[in-house]
Design a protein around this ligand. Structure first.
Ligand code: ZN
Ligand code: ZN
Length: 104
């Protein structure tokens, strides 16, 4: 398997094959966290079930993970957090930029 099909997870810092990463819907971008790392956050979310909802976490509209609000951009204009987490937003913007540049 060649090196290009591997990616280093930004959460656990381990290099894994691309199929271990969540692909962002509708784009060629890949989430910087591997599936086990994302899974860890969703398990924590399940553990919180039944408890009162707090404002300290938020579900990402792209990767569907419950993440701390620090992982989201604050949109001052709308007085709320971005619906994509920072990693998804960064991956989305990188993909959009790549598309605007045109594929070579
Ligand atoms: Zn990881
Ligand atoms: Zn996300």
């Amino acid at each position: 398997m060649n090196e290009h099909s591997k990616k280093k997870c930004r959460c656990c810092q381990k290099t894994k094959t691309l199929d271990m990463f969540h692909r962002l819907e509708g784009t060629a971008a890949i989430h910087p966290f591997c599936r086990p790392c994302l899974g860890a956050t969703s398990r924590r979310r399940a553990a919180l079930r039944g408890t009162r909802r707090t404002d300290t976490t938020r579900a990402c509209a792209q990767c569907d993970q419950e993440l701390p609000v620090q992982m989201f951009h604050w949109l001052r204009a709308s007085g709320s957090y971005h619906s994509y987490c920072r990693p998804c937003h960064a991956a989305y913007m990188a993909e959009r930029y790549r598309r605007l540049q045109g594929e070579r």
